[in-house]
Design a protein. Structure first.
Length: 321
């Protein structure tokens, strides 16, 4: 698989995180999707969700992606920018549309319906990598959704995870396997190879078992022993972080779940916020749980505002569960 060339322009220092990937226009209905159902329009994308949450937590964050030259593309870009995220490097593609998805999550609904084939996000160029490197970010965040979109998108992710290609940014990779995009038997070896290149990896215990046959956190670590920071999320049970120095487990707080979409992105943002702030591992995991919990309690894919416990966790206090 060929990778885009690099590096490009001289880095522009000062930004905390650049998040790279697809963002779509999202239609949602609180009722079953039938004739006459009222839909609300929003946006959704794993990487921009992380950027929005990081901005909401007080960090400087940019989203790099591609949208179509259509009303949906303008809505996506304006919405993400309106949440405090730098979108100067988002490319408007005059030939391809913005991807769409519909959330039919009411009881008996069809779930998530995607309309993204041939979208602008599936056709990145070598210049996209140059735009990422030019920002001189402390962290570059990617996910396993992007390589499933196209060969070109996969090449971009492969390049951005190549230590020889860019600067000193930490590479953060959320495995984020989506069976609707590619089956586990196809995705498993590709996602494993990409994860092995990253500095920080987030993966759900259940998706790791689906991909690699690893039923426990320790089994996941065994297939990714070289990753400097490996975070394994196990839903309502908790999260485990493996580093060369320690293994830390923090149980999940009790949350009344309204909708689960976006919670994994929120967890990643909370953890990365703690890392950017120089917090110890245990508090990074607690921040991840706190930010994910705020998204689980809402119908939004993105963090609407920092939860109350964030300040306490940053200060080193305890949080009731």
């Amino acid at each position: 698989m060929s990778a885009p060339p690099g590096p490009g322009p001289a880095p522009e220092p000062g930004i905390d995180a650049v998040c790279v990937g697809e963002t779509m226009a999202v239609f949602h209905s609180a009722d079953p999707l039938v004739a006459g159902a009222r839909l609300t329009l929003g946006t959704g994308g794993a990487e921009s969700n992380v950027a929005v949450a990081l901005a909401g937590l007080g960090h400087t964050a940019a989203w790099v992606g591609r949208v179509g030259d259509d009303p949906f593309g303008r809505i996506v870009t304006d919405t993400v920018a309106g949440r405090g995220v730098d979108v100067r490097d988002v490319v408007v593609d005059p030939e391809r549309p913005t991807g769409l998805y519909v959330k039919d999550t009411a009881p008996g609904g069809a779930g998530a319906l995607y309309y993204r084939s041939g979208s602008a996000a599936s056709a990145p160029s070598a210049a996209d990598a140059d735009r990422v490197w030019s920002r001189g970010a402390r962290v570059v965040h990617l996910s396993g959704i992007t390589p499933a979109l196209s060969v070109r998108a996969a090449a971009l992710v492969e390049h951005l995870l190549d230590r020889r290609a860019g600067g000193d940014s930490l590479r953060s990779f959320d495995v984020n396997h989506r069976p609707a995009l590619w089956p586990a038997r196809v995705a498993a070896p590709i996602l494993l190879d990409l994860a092995r290149r990253a500095d920080i990896v987030f993966v759900g215990r259940d998706e790791a078992e689906r991909l690699w046959g690893t039923p426990t956190a320790e089994d996941v670590r065994a297939v990714l022993p070289e990753v400097p920071v490996l975070v394994i999320k196990d839903a309502e049970h908790g999260a485990t972080c493996f580093t060369a120095e320690e293994t830390v487990f923090v149980p999940s707080p009790e949350v009344e779940v309204v909708e689960a979409v976006g919670a994994g992105d929120a967890f990643a943002a909370g953890y990365l916020s703690g890392l950017l702030d120089g917090l110890p591992t245990e508090r990074r995991l607690r921040l991840g749980h706190a930010v994910a919990g705020a998204v689980l309690r809402s119908r939004s894919d993105t963090l609407e505002g920092p939860p109350e416990e964030v300040a306490d966790i940053r200060a080193g206090g305890t949080v009731s569960r």
